[in-house]
Design a protein around this ligand. Structure first.
Ligand code: GLA
Length: 743
């Protein structure tokens, strides 16, 4: 095991409760059953069963993944699938759990290596397994050479979500080079109506749900940007044509990796569907000396027979209970104020103090100073990297502001972008060699900045020292941790040429370690993952950050679509959403303050408006709605989400319902985006309530149709529904249903 991987394991062991982050701290692991005679391995959890077996040749194949089977069901042993001619070798049309490139494999390998003698054939066979109670470890080895692979399977009992990863270890006596490595391969049997869903986008337009038929050939989703990326997110769902929001099978997976990744979904010549997810093989190689090993990221995969809604509800639960900091009880998101859209770089002590007084007055709980507080940072052209409070803007340092913010009953938070540097900065002038670069080649800038090389020990030590000092010397409760550009010229000149491409792995490992160490030193510190909006949202970083920023686009209508897409993969518990000014800075759309609030109240609520421009009535409206939000936030953040009416594809309406875990409270948000054609008022049938409980209805904003009953059973609200009055463009209403009695 390399130092890097060893440290990665230790970090996860120490902070996350298990080796490679796979063993679960709280809650039970799923049932594991191993039939030694037939070599059938079976994991049961939630409403799912996953089974694989070892065939007569020692190859490991998926046997079943789907709805829970009866405990008494026996699965037939694994056998290679036959092709229909000599052109389709059995290994290429069989559902391998983790295939090496070799032995005639023509589909996507999970692992591809080269040896010093030029051999590039790797044929992995089962050599043993260990049942560790909370996880199963499968040992594979090449038929001839001492390349060992350990596959880890950890299934969560409550949700049936399986965390899979792999470690390759070189015991050959010489070096080997890993050219490609996945966490896992997922296999589904032939079907001619599979659909692939994924999330795509761009800056200010993240998390758009895309769906396409899975057809013969391969479809590749990836990031080559050094970071998770806005363009495609490492989450997929495979469904059947008839699958809907609340019914039908959905197989899904998300890769926990914040660097270059790839998911390939392939239909082989005989119609089998294989999805492999892991490091992006593009420009990848990782040389292992004898005795060294490389761990893959973790792929988290689940199954639901209850449509996309069912799939996302179990995935949200899994994230709350297994992934997010403080799992299984992630902390509620405080109401935040952030000054970015109000002031941009024009940050001053007096200006921030004035905003803080106003924010406290409406019930804000955390006050955050965004970009512009440090060095010579008056625009995005200079100062990045110099994490020293600007004495021009804060003559007495941050102390007086932090003190006042705390006196006002709020926590204090700060924006940082530690991984980056402006060439026009003291840091870069002192250490021009600290950035990712190829010697003698151009250093392409984006937003006038370059990427610091976190793979370098000195860079990490510097960042830890600076950030630790910053947090320790001020009462900082929260950091918004940004990453605002894609990588370019990804060189690491100080490393040996044949080790430089380790950068793709080591950088991300070091980033995770830096975050983990900072959290260890400051247990109360909370962190938000931001990358020009939603460019770094994945289950790797989300183990170390309480919250994520889904988009710089704060337009409340666009945001509904972004939030809808986000919620297919990620939990509302971590999703921040702000109320900002109208017209919105991104698209100039004008909307009412109430509409903006109701859009943002579906996640962790933030206020990003320029409060200096607000009128008295805006303050009183905001105070009231923030008060309402505090009464429902546990349900919104930690409850079960039902996407009742989708805002996608230009739908004129949308609605979501959040139901608390104990089903005592439900919160309905309903929107009319366009009153086009004066369409009829909509009756919305709720879901997820307890049919036998009487719920009292109360409007937070907007109104139900005249004559709507004040109290009725869950059966009534789910069957008869609730007619909401909305008229005009960009209108919104919200209601609370509170359990009052049993029927
Ligand atoms: C990025 C973030 C914004 C803001 C700016 C500051 O664009 O996504 O929210 O913090 O950086 O420069």
């Amino acid at each position: 095991m390399t130092a890097t991987n060893e440290t990665r394991r230790k970090v996860f062991l120490g902070l996350l409760g298990g080796a490679a982050g796979l063993a679960f701290g709280g809650g039970a692991a799923a049932r594991v059953a191993v039939d030694e005679a037939s070599k059938v391995f079976r994991l049961d959890g939630g409403a799912a069963t996953y089974a694989f077996g070892v065939n007569a040749g020692g190859q490991v194949q998926t046997l079943y993944w789907g709805a829970a089977l009866a405990a008494s069901d026996q699965l037939p042993a694994a056998v290679l699938t036959e092709g229909n001619s000599s052109n389709e070798m059995p290994v290429s049309v069989s559902p391998y759990e983790f295939a090496g490139f070799g032995g005639g494999l023509t589909t996507e390998p999970a692992l591809k290596v080269r040896f010093p003698d030029g051999v590039r054939d790797l044929d992995l066979r089962y050599v043993g397994h260990q049942d560790k109670g909370d996880r199963l470890i499968l040992q594979l080895k090449d038929v001839q050479r001492a390349v060992h692979v350990a596959l880890t399977y950890a299934m969560d009992e409550a949700t049936g979500i399986l965390a899979r990863s792999a470690v390759v270890e070189n015991r050959t006596g010489s070096w080997i080079q890993v050219d490609q490595m996945a966490a896992a391969c997922l296999n589904l049997p032939y079907s001619d109506d599979y659909q692939l869903s994924f999330l795509s986008g761009r800056w200010a337009g993240e998390f758009t749900l895309q769906t396409r038929a899975i057809t013969p050939g391969a479809f590749v989703l990836e990031s080559r940007k050094g970071v998770t990326s806005h363009q495609v997110n490492p989450w997929i769902a495979i469904s059947r044509a008839a699958t809907g929001e609340e019914a039908g099978p959905v197989w899904f997976g998300a890769l926990g990796w914040s660097g270059n990744w790839r998911i390939s979904v392939e239909m082989d010549a005989m119609g089998g569907v294989h999805a492999s997810a892991g490091y992006n093989p593009f420009d990848f190689n990782y040389r292992l000396k004898h005795g060294e090993s490389l761990a893959s990221p973790v792929l988290h995969a689940g199954f639901s027979n209850e449509g996309f809604g069912g799939a996302s509800r179990i995935f949200h639960r899994y994230q709350r209970e297994k992934i997010l900091p403080h799992a299984p009880a992630p902390r509620l998101r405080p109401v935040l104020y952030n000054s970015w859209e109000a002031t941009f770089f024009d940050v001053t002590e007096a200006g921030q103090l004035a905003l803080a007084e106003k924010a406290a007055g409406i019930g804000v709980e955390r006050f955050v100073v965004d970009d512009g507080w440090f060095g010579a940072r008056n625009s995005d052209k200079q100062g990045l990297g110099d994490w020293v409070v600007s004495r021009k803007k804060f003559p007495n340092g941050l102390g007086p502001l932090v003190k006042r913010v705390n006196e006002l009953g709020m926590q204090f938070g700060l924006w940082v972008e530690p991984e980056m540097v402006n060439p026009d900065s003291d840091l870069y002038r002192a250490h021009p060699d600290w950035v990712i670069n190829f010697p003698g080649r151009q250093r392409s800038q984006a937003r006038n900045q370059l990427v610091l090389n976190l793979a370098r020990k000195d860079v990490c030590e510097h960042l830890l020292k600076v950030l630790d000092g910053l947090v320790a010397s001020h009462n900082i409760a929260y950091l918004k941790w940004d990453h605002n550009r894609a990588w370019s010229e990804p060189g690491w000149p100080e490393a040996a040429p044949d080790e430089q491409q380790r950068l793709y792995v080591v950088y991300v490992d070091k980033l995770y370690q830096l975050l983990a160490e900072l959290r260890r030193r400051h247990p109360k510190l909370e962190i938000e993952s931001c990358a020009s909006g939603g460019g770094r949202v994945d289950l790797g970083i989300m183990r170390l950050t309480e919250q994520v920023w889904t988009s710089d686009n704060t337009d409340p209508y666009d945001r509904l679509v972004i939030q809808d897409g986000y919620s297919h993969a990620y939990a509302p518990a971590a999703m921040m959403a702000w109320v900002t000014d109208s017209p919105n800075f991104v698209n100039k759309r004008e909307t009412s303050l109430e509409y903006r609030f109701l859009s943002a109240m579906q996640g962790g609520l933030g206020i990003g408006a320029n409060l200096n421009h607000w009128k008295d009535e805006d303050f009183s409206k905001a105070r009231r709605l923030i008060g309402e939000y505090k009464l429902i936030r546990a349900t919104v953040q930690l409850g079960n989400l039902y996407r009742l009416v989708s805002p996608r594809n230009g739908s004129p309406r949308s609605a979501t319902l959040s139901v608390s875990q104990d089903r005592k409270q439900a919160v309905l948000f309903a929107f009319l985006h366009s009153s086009m054609m004066r369409s009829a008022q909509q009756t919305i049938q709720l879901r997820g309530l307890d049919a036998d409980t009487v719920y009292a209805l109360r409007a937070i904003a907007g109104a139900a149709a005249p004559g709507t009953v004040a109290r009725a059973s869950g059966a009534y609200w789910m069957g008869h529904g609730l007619k909401v009055i909305l008229e005009g463009d960009f209108q919104a209403a919200a209601f609370v249903l509170q359990a009052a009695a049993h029927t």
